[in-house]
Design a protein around this ligand. Structure first.
Ligand code: 26V
Length: 810
C-alpha cells in the first residue's frame, strides 16, 4: 500500500475539506475532518478491496460466510487506519493542524448492531479472518436502529432509540444491483411431474427486496480487505406507484412499505425472550435467505461447477441458532430452485453448515411456535417437518436406547420448533465457546445429541482481536511491550509470552505501572466530565462491565460495596486501600430485576460518593450507555476485572480476556474462559473463588441449599438484606424490597449469598496483594504475557483448520 506521509496527509485533508467539502481548513469542524479522513482512507483501501475479491474469484478458493444477527463493530476509522498502516501519519497530520485526533475519531457513531459478547465476537472474528488472510465474510442485517441508547435518569435506566444512521455512514457501499427478493407467506402448490418428482410453486407471497450494503473489513497491514455484507429491507413499490394510485391505495402502499422496512428496522435486545415476536422471525429468515441467495449467486458466477461441490467452496458458520433457518432454506433452494432430490440436497446442506452454541441457559434457547413458522414460512415448515420425521425415524430405528428420549430430541415437539435441535441435526460441526461450556454441552445439555453425533462436537475457545483491544486502545503499553520484546507480537500474539522474562524487571514494571496510572487518570477525567464524580486515580479501579443479568451477578458486586460501606460506617478509621467501583451495563428494557439492580448501584453511588465521613475511601461510578467505545476507555484503566458469574452459566466471556490483556487481574469464578485463564497464569496470578460448576449443578439436582440459612447465620449478609428490606437506601421504604424478596423467596437461584463469604475473603486478598506493588505488577505482567492465547487469531486459526478447512491466501 503506498504510504501517505504526514505532509501528504495534511495536503489530502486540506484538499478534501476545501475542494470537495467547500469548507476552508480554518473553518473546518471535527466532523468535516472526520468525513475527509474517511474519504481519504477509503480511497486507499478500495483498491485492495477490489483486488482481494478478484483474487477470491479467480482462485475459486473456499470461503467462509459468518452468518450473524449481530455484528458489534463499534467505530471503524481508527482501526481501519491502524490496519492499513496509516494511523501514525494521520494522527501527526491532525496534531500538526491543531486538532485532537481522539475528538475527530469520536465523531463516528458506534455501530451498535449487537447486544454484547456474541455480537462483539463476530466483529473480532472478522478482523482476525482478514488479518490472517483467510477468505471470509460476514453476513448480517443493517438495522436502522441499533441497541438502545441508555440514559440514567434519577438512577433509573431510560432507553432511547439509537438512530446511528442519521448522518451518512462513510464505510458502507450500497450495492443495489446485487439486491435479491425474499418471499414470505403465500400458498404452496405441489405438482407431480411426469418423472415422478414433486414440484412446488408458491403464489401470493409477500415480496421484500433485500439490498446489500458492504462494509470493508481490513486485515492488518496485509493488503487483504474482506466484506461485511449488511442487508436492508426495502419495498420496491416505487414512488411512481404511489403517485398514480387512489388515496386508499396510497395509504395501503405506505403502510405496506413501512411494514417491509420494519424488517431491518431495529435490533432486538436480548434477554427479553423473543416469544411470539413475529418480526424477529422475519428478520432471521430475511438474513438467511438473502445471504444464501447471494452466496449461491457468487458460487455460480464462473458456472463450471455443480452445486454438489458447494461444500468444497463454501462453509457457512451460524452464530448461535438465530440463523439456523439456513438449514431448511438451503434445502428449499437446492430442491425447489435447483432441482436436487432430497438426499443430495441434504448431503450438500449438512456438509456446508456449521453451528456455534453460545449459551446453555434454557431461557435463551430459541423455540418458535409451529403455527407461526407455518404461516410465515409455509414451505420451510414443510421441510422442517420432513427433516424432523426422517431424523426421528432414524433415531427410532438405529438407537433403541434413545427411544424414550425422542421427545427431547425432536425438532418439532409440543407445537414448537426447537432451533438448537434443527441446527445440530442440519450441520456437520457443533461447537461450544470455552472448554467447560463444550463439556457441559456434551455431558449435560446436549448429551443425547452427543450420543448420536459424537464427531460433530468440538470446542473453540473464544478470543478477542489483540490489535483493537491492546494495540489500538492502549498504545502506550503497546509501545513499552514492543520496546522490550520487539513488535512481532502484533502478528504473532503468542510472542507476548516473552514478557515473562521481564516480569521481575523493576524499572520496566515501573514504566508499565506509570502507563496504567496515566490510563486511570484519563478515565478519572472522563468520569468527572460525564458524572461530576471525582475519583482518585491511585485508588484500585475495580471494574464490572457487561450486560446486566442475574447470572452475571452484579448484585454480588454491589453487596460487597455495601458491606465495605457498612464496615467503614462502623469504623471510619478503617485502613483500607481506596477503591473505585466502576460499572457499565445495559438491562433489557423488559427485565425488571436487572433494572432494580441498576437502580441499586446508582443509589449506592449517590449515597457513598456524597458521604464525607468515609473520606473518599470508596467511590462508586455507573457509566451510562456501555458500548464498544466506552469499553475502549475503561479497559486500559482497569486494575480488577470482575468475572463473577454463577459457575456454569457464562459460556465463555470475552471481557475477561480484554482486561487480562491490559494487565488487569481477574476476580472470578471457575466459569467459562476464566478456567482457561487460571490454567495458564496459575492460581497465584488470579483470584478464584466460589462454587464450582459441579457444585452448582449438584445443588440444582439434589437441593441442599437454603438461602435463608445464610441469612440467619451470616450477620453481614443479614445486615445488607435487612437494609434493603427496611428501606435504608430507598427514598421510600418499599424501594429495593423486591431484591430482598427475590433472593429469599426464590432461594437465591444464582447463589449470591452462597458465594458472598468467599467473595469478600477474596477481595481481602486483592487488597493485600495491591499493597505490595512489585508483586502486583509481576502478577499483572504475567497475565499480559499469557494473554496471547486469547487472541482471536488463535481461535480463527482453529476454526479454519478444524472446521472450515480453509487455506490462507498467501
Ligand atoms: C440470551 C437470553 C435471552 C433470554 C433470556 C436470558 C438470556 C441470557 C443470555 C442470552 C445470550 C445468549 C447468547 C450470548 O450472547 N452468549 C454469549 O456469547 C459470548 C460469545 O460467545 C460469550 O462470551 C458469553 O459468555 C455468552 O453469554
Amino acid at each position: 500500500m503506498p504510504h501517505l506521509t504526514t505532509d501528504k496527509w495534511i495536503e489530502a485533508i486540506k484538499h478534501k475539506t476545501e475542494k470537495v467539502g467547500g469548507i476552508s481548513i480554518g473553518e473546518a469542524s471535527e466532523r468535516d475532518l472526520f468525513y475527509a479522513i474517511c474519504a481519504i482512507a477509503s480511497e486507499e483501501m478500495n483498491k485492495n478491496w477490489i483486488d482481494t475479491q478478484e483474487k477470491y474469484r479467480e482462485t475459486e478458493c473456499k470461503q467462509v460466510y459468518y452468518l450473524s444477527m449481530e455484528f458489534l463493530v463499534g467505530r471503524l476509522l481508527e482501526s481501519n487506519l491502524l490496519n492499513s498502516g496509516m494511523l501514525n501519519e494521520c494522527n501527526s497530520a491532525l496534531e500538526a493542524m491543531g486538532f485532537d485526533p481522539e475528538k475527530v475519531y469520536s465523531v463516528e457513531p458506534d455501530a451498535g448492531l449487537g447486544n454484547g459478547g456474541l455480537g462483539r465476537l463476530a466483529a473480532c472474528f472478522l478482523e482476525s479472518i482478514a488479518s490472517l488472510k483467510f477468505p471470509g465474510h460476514g453476513c448480517g442485517i443493517r438495522y436502522r436502529y441499533g441497541l438502545f441508547e441508555q440514559r440514567i435518569i434519577h438512577g433509573h435506566q431510560v432507553e432511547l432509540p439509537d438512530y446511528w444512521l442519521k448522518e451518512d455512514y462513510p464505510w458502507e457501499t450500497r450495492k443495489a444491483e446485487e439486491a435479491v427478493d425474499i418471499h414470505f407467506g403465500g400458498d404452496i402448490h405441489m405438482f407431480k411431474k411426469n418423472d415422478g418428482t414433486l414440484e412446488f410453486k408458491y403464489e401470493n407471497t409477500d415480496k421484500v427486496t433485500a439490498v446489500p450494503y458492504d462494509v470493508p473489513v481490513v486485515g492488518y497491514q496485509n493488503q487483504v480487505v474482506n466484506s461485511l455484507r449488511l442487508w436492508s429491507a426495502e419495498s420496491n413499490s416505487g414512488s411512481s406507484d404511489l403517485l398514480t394510485s387512489k388515496s386508499s391505495q396510497y395509504f395501503h402502499h405506505l403502510d405496506h412499505k413501512h411494514s417491509i422496512e420494519q424488517i431491518s428496522g431495529f435490533l432486538y435486545p436480548d434477554d427479553s425472550g423473543y416469544d411470539g415476536k413475529i418480526l424477529r422471525l422475519k428478520q432471521q429468515y430475511f438474513l438467511v435467505s438473502s445471504s444464501l441467495k447471494s452466496i449461491i449467486r457468487q458460487f455460480k458466477k464462473n458456472g463450471r461447477h455443480s452445486l454438489m461441490h458447494l461444500p468444497d467452496r463454501v462453509v457457512i458458520q451460524i452464530n448461535d441458532t438465530h440463523p439456523s433457518l439456513a438449514v431448511p432454506e438451503l434445502m428449499r433452494i437446492l430442491m425447489d430452485e435447483e432441482r436436487f432430490g432430497w438426499d443430495d440436497a441434504w448431503e450438500i446442506t449438512t456438509k456446508t453448515i456449521a453451528y456455534t452454541n453460545h449459551t446453555t441457559l434454557s431461557e435463551a434457547l430459541e423455540k418458535w411456535p409451529q403455527d407461526m413458522v407455518k404461516s410465515l414460512l409455509p414451505r420451510l415448515h414443510m421441510i422442517i417437518y420432513e427433516i424432523n420425521e426422517r431424523f426421528c425415524r432414524k433415531v427410532w430405528e438405529d438407537h433403541p436406547e434413545l427411544r424414550d428420549k425422542i421427545h427431547e430430541l425432536a425438532i418439532i415437539a409440543d407445537n414448537q420448533v426447537h432451533m438448537a435441535r434443527l441446527a445440530i441435526v442440519g450441520s456437520f460441526s457443533v461447537n461450544g465457546v470455552a472448554r467447560l461450556h463444550t463439556e457441559i454441552l456434551k455431558k449435560k445439555e446436549m448429551s443425547n445429541f452427543y450420543t448420536l453425533f459424537p464427531e460433530r462436537f468440538n470446542n473453540k475457545t473464544n478470543g478477542i482481536t489483540h490489535r483493537r483491544w491492546l494495540l489500538q486502545v492502549n498504545p502506550e503499553l503497546s509501545t513499552l511491550i514492543s520496546d522490550v520484546i520487539g513488535p512481532q507480537w502484533i502478528q504473532r500474539p503468542n510472542h507476548l509470552i516473552s514478557l515473562l522474562r521481564y516480569s521481575n524487571d523493576v524499572p520496566f514494571l515501573e514504566r508499565v505501572s506509570e502507563v496504567k496510572l496515566q490510563n486511570k487518570a484519563r478515565l478519572a477525567q472522563f468520569i468527572h466530565e460525564k458524572t461530576g464524580i471525582v475519583v482518585d486515580e491511585r485508588s484500585i479501579f475495580d471494574v464490572q462491565i457487561k450486560r446486566l443479568h442475574e447470572y452475571k451477578r452484579q448484585l454480588l458486586n454491589i453487596f460487597h460495596v455495601i458491606h465495605l460501606y457498612n464496615e467503614l460506617k462502623d469504623n471510619p478509621s478503617l485502613d483500607i486501600t481506596p477503591r473505585t467501583f466502576i460499572f457499565g451495563a445495559k438491562a433489557a428494557p423488559s427485565y425488571y430485576f436487572a433494572k432494580e439492580v441498576i437502580k441499586l448501584i446508582n443509589r449506592m453511588a449517590s449515597i457513598i460518593n456524597n458521604d464525607t465521613s468515609i473520606q473518599g475511601k470508596l467511590k462508586v461510578v455507573f457509566l451510562e450507555n456501555y458500548n464498544v467505545s466506552l469499553a475502549e476507555k475503561i479497559i486500559p484503566a482497569t486494575d480488577i476485572s470482575e468475572q463473577i458469574s454463577t459457575a456454569s452459566k457464562e459460556a465463555s466471556g470475552t471481557g475477561n480476556m480484554k482486561m487480562m490483556m491490559n494487565g488487569a487481574l481477574t476476580v472470578g469464578t471457575l466459569d467459562g474462559a476464566n478456567i482457561e485463564i487460571r490454567d495458564l497464569v496459575g492460581d497465584r496470578n488470579i483470584f478464584i473463588f466460589g462454587l464450582t460448576a459441579d457444585e452448582v449443578h449438584d445443588y440444582y439436582q439434589n437441593g441442599g441449599y437454603v438461602a435463608r440459612d445464610i441469612y440467619h447465620t451470616d450477620e453481614r449478609v443479614r445486615r445488607i438484606l435487612d437494609q434493603l428490606n427496611e428501606g435504608a437506601f430507598g427514598s421510600q421504604e418499599i424501594e429495593f424490597k423486591d431484591i430482598f424478596y427475590h433472593i429469599l423467596y426464590h432461594n437465591d437461584p444464582y447463589f449470591v449469598l452462597k458465594d458472598f463469604d468467599a467473595y469478600i475473603e477474596t477481595h481481602e486478598l486483592v487488597e493485600q496483594a495491591y499493597r505490595n506493588q512489585p508483586k502486583w505488577m509481576n502478577m499483572s505482567m504475567t497475565n499480559i504475557a499469557y494473554s496471547g492465547k486469547f487472541s482471536s487469531d488463535r481461535t480463527i486459526q482453529e476454526y479454519a483448520s478444524e472446521i472450515w478447512k480453509l487455506k490462507r491466501m498467501d
